[in-house]
Write a protein that binds this ligand. Structure first.
Ligand code: HEC
Length: 138
């Protein structure tokens, strides 16, 4: 009998110790970090001539860009407006992005791949990129 009593009491004690611990589980903290998708690059913007913007708009309309890009929504590729928010609109970045359009690639915005555009001249690619970067909000 005594053994049973001791067993019972230890069970109760155990329960008393462990049950409350079960009740207040440590709250799961939301550890997901907000990922900065745009990753804005600081720099100065050159003034963009309206004529170049218009030409870029036409060139893009007649190319395959809109298969993968939308103006203000992510599609296969990033939204043109997001690209405009990331890069300063100056010679350096226009040149760099134009090269990227010609060569294609991935990794700047995720894993999706942009097809290369080897037939595009650097001049036309720059004009297209200038149009994209003219979509900055401000
Ligand atoms: C097959 C789909 C596809 C087509 C067609 C396409 N793009 Fe892209 N584009 C992408 C993807 C995907 C990315 C993101 C690449 C990355 O993450 O590095 C991208 C990125 C870009 C960027 C930003 C590059 C960077 O490194 O930030 C520019 C500018 C751009 N595209 C312009 C164009 C222009 C102009 C055209 C038309 C001549 C075009 N794209 C056609 C899929 C495409």
């Amino acid at each position: 009998m005594l053994k049973i009593k001791i067993l019972l009491i230890s069970c109760l004690l155990l329960a008393a110790f462990y049950l409350p611990a079960c009740d207040n589980k440590p709250e799961q903290k939301n550890t997901r970090k907000a990922v900065d998708y745009i990753r804005r690059i600081p720099g100065t913007d050159d003034s963009i001539p309206a004529r170049v913007v218009q030409k870029g708009e036409v060139l893009i309309a007649y190319s395959d860009c809109y298969i993968c890009h939308k103006e203000d929504q992510k599609s296969v590729g990033p939204a043109f407006k997001d690209i405009a928010e990331r890069y300063p609109a100056n010679k350096l970045y226009i040149e760099m992005l134009a090269q990227k359009v010609i060569r294609g690639g991935s990794g700047s915005w995720g894993y999706a791949v942009m097809d290369p555009h080897p037939k595009l001249s650097l001049k036309d690619a720059k004009t297209m990129v200038t149009y994209i970067l003219s979509m900055k909000s401000k």
